[in-house]
Each structure stands twice: as C-alpha cells, then as structure tokens.
Design a protein around this ligand. Structure first.
Ligand SMILES: Nc1ncnc2c1ncn2[C@@H]1O[C@H](COP(=O)(O)OS(=O)(=O)O)[C@@H](OP(=O)(O)O)[C@H]1O
Length: 343
C-alpha cells in the first residue's frame, strides 16, 4: 500500500516540478501554431475560392478580403503599380501575379492618382484602402487610366520614386477594337445605337480620328513620353499583352524577375480552357478563369480598315517620338495638355 502511495506522490511532485516547463512549451506550441498555421494562408486564399463556390460578386469578395487581418500583416502603400493600358490584359496580369505568395493584389481599381477628389484624400487614405500584407509581400494596385493621366506620373513619383511600374500593351489597333467592343456592348445593353467601327476610328477623309478616346489611348508614345519624364526606363517593365493571351507563363515569369520575386509561378499554374478560349489559373487551393467581360468576341471588321488603322497609328507613334506633326508634338505643350475626350 505504502509503496503505491509513494509512487503517486513522486509522480505528482515530478509533475509539479515540470509545470513551468509544460506551461512554457504549451505557450511555444500555441505561438508557433498561431503564426505558422495554414489558417493564415487559408484566410488569404479563402475569398477567391469562396467567390467561385458561392457566386459572391467581386466587390463583395474584395470587401471581405480587405477586412481580413492575419497576424503579422499590415496595410502598405503599393510597391508596384499596373498603370495600364486599358483592354490590354491588365486584369489577367494582376490575377496571374497574385498566384505568387509574395504578391498581395488590390482587386479594385482605386483611381487615386488620376482623380483629383480621391487624391485630395491623401496617401494615408490610400494606404488604408490597400489589403493587409506580410513584409515580404509586394502590394500591387492596378488602374489602367493612370497611363493616360497627366497628373499620375508626378503624383506616383511623389509617393515613391523607386516604385516599379508595369505597363501592358497590345498591338494598338487591336486594342482600339477591344475598346470599341466594350463600348458597343455597354451601349447596346442600354438600347443605344453605336456607329460602325470605321466611322468611329477614321475621319471622312481617311485620317485617324484623334477625337475618339479609344484612339488617343492607343497612341502609346505620347503617354509613354510623359512617364519617362518622371521615371527612368528601367523602372517601367513593358509586357506584351498579345503574348500574355497565348503564352501567359513567359510574360509572367519576366515580371517575377523584374519584381525580384523568387520564381514561384510555374507553367502548371496556367491551363487552357477550351470553352473560354483563354488560359485560366490554378494553384494548390483554387482555380480561376476571368469573367465573361474579359475576352468577349470582337465585332468583324473589314481587314482593309484594320490595316489602314494599324498604319496610321504606327505613323502617329513615329511622329510623337520624332517630335514632328501638328497634333503629336511631344513637347511640353502637348504632353501637358488635357486629352480631348469625345468617346
Ligand atoms: N487569360 C485571360 N483571360 C481572359 N482575358 C484575357 C486573358 N489574358 C489576356 N486577356 C485579355 O484581357 C483583355 C481585357 O483587358 P483588361 O483586363 O485590361 O480590360 S480593362 O481595361 O480592365 O477593362 C481581354 O480583351 P478582349 O479579348 O478584347 O476582351 C482579353 O483578351
């Protein structure tokens, strides 16, 4: 009897002696679980999969995502921006980069640097709109209209003169057609008429119609010159949007390197979706194709009109670069003048 009692009491006393050690070990385990558990990653990746499964709107998903805070994260100003060009694959680029664990996208177009009212809210307001990120992650925002904004380049430089800029372009006439397809879609939905493509892009005497905003946007050289006044060329990475459609990995891999990220995105992250006719994305936790508004069929246009437009836009680029031409002088006067807008 006495032997059994001695056994219990020695067990209790060793337990008592080990108590501080047990408490410390439990704290350590809890600490490690809290910071390293996959819940953190799950929280970050949960919204995209939820949005697919539950059909949440992207705005709802974005709002949900922005409220989630994982320990060790904070909201940061973007260290990279997709500045444009509209209809060149800016959304695909952002979503594809977001496959990288060191990238944290801001899903909504913020229009912070091209909208005076928003800009007046100040950088702290803008920072608070950004998603939570870890300190080894790059926060990326995309607003395609920064590209054509007069004010955006200097404002962005004032925020961070070493920021990395991503500019995705497509063959300029194809971009005009894509823009026209979107304008047409919106107008037809509202029961409005749309002028045929050739009437929108060319004047009656066969010149390029500079009054059409889609044409102004496709005159890349005029806008690029404005950016180059604020940023060195090495800080702007140009992505081939036509190639992103057919070979996304090659383009994304170049961006990974430009952003000095570990090479985490692989060819397997992309798969061709026959029904959609485009590449979709996947990683360990989700797969995603862009919504129907991306990759809508283009209206059929007379190939002669397209090649004429291509030639005229190419000439416009040369004139802008060479500083020749009546409307395309890249001098201060033109580059700082507001764009005429008659879409
Ligand atoms: N993987 C994938 N899936 C779907 N769409 C893709 C993809 N890669 C590039 N693209 C091209 O992206 C074009 C739309 O460009 P943006 O996202 O810049 O448009 S927008 O300015 O934000 O409205 C869109 O242009 P359109 O085809 O003219 O609609 C697509 O061709």
């Amino acid at each position: 009897m006495g032997g059994r009692c001695e056994g219990w009491s020695s067990l209790f006393s060793s337990l008592r002696r080990a108590t501080p050690l047990i408490v410390l070990a439990s704290f350590l385990i809890l600490f490690v679980l809290y910071y390293v558990s996959p819940m953190g990653a799950a929280a970050i990746y949960a919204p995209p999969s939820l949005s697919e499964g539950m059909g949440l709107s992207s705005a709802t998903t974005e709002a949900y995502r922005k409220r989630l805070r994982v320990r060790g994260t904070q909201r940061r100003l973007p260290q990279a921006l997709i500045i444009g060009v509209r209809k060149c694959g800016t959304r695909a680029l952002l979503e594809m980069l977001n496959l990288h664990p060191h990238v944290q996208k801001n899903g909504m177009e913020m229009h912070f640097f091209d909208d005076d009212e928003r800009y007046a809210n100040g950088l702290e307001w803008y920072r608070k709109k950004m998603p939570y990120s870890f300190d080894n992650q790059v926060t990326i925002e995309k607003t395609p209209s920064y590209f054509i904004s007069r004010e955006a380049p200097a404002r962005i430089r004032a925020m961070n003169k070493t920021i990395k800029l991503l500019l995705i372009v497509r063959e300029p006439a194809t971009r005009v057609l894509s823009d026209y397809a979107q304008i047409m879609d919106t107008k037809l939905r509202k029961g409005k008429q749309v002028a045929p493509f050739h009437k929108k892009v060319l004047t009656a005497d066969g010149e390029v119609n500079d009054g059409f905003k889609a044409i102004q946007i496709s005159q890349y050289a005029v806008h690029v010159l404005r950016w180059l006044r604020e940023f060195p060329r090495e800080q702007i990475h140009i992505i081939d949007g036509d190639n992103l459609i057919v070979d996304p990995y090659t383009e994304i891999d170049k961006v990974q390197r430009f952003l000095q990220l570990p090479r985490h995105i692989h060819p397997d992250n992309f798969y061709f979706n026959e029904t959609k006719g485009f590449y979709c994305m996947r990683n360990e936790t989700f797969q995603k194709c862009l919504a129907g508004a991306k990759g809508r069929p283009h209206p059929r246009v007379d190939p002669v009109v397209m090649s004429h437009l291509r030639l005229l836009l190419w000439l416009a680029h040369l004139l802008a670069i060479g500083g020749l031409g009546r409307n395309l002088d890249p001098g201060v006067a033109l580059l700082s003048a507001p764009l005429p807008c008659t879409p």
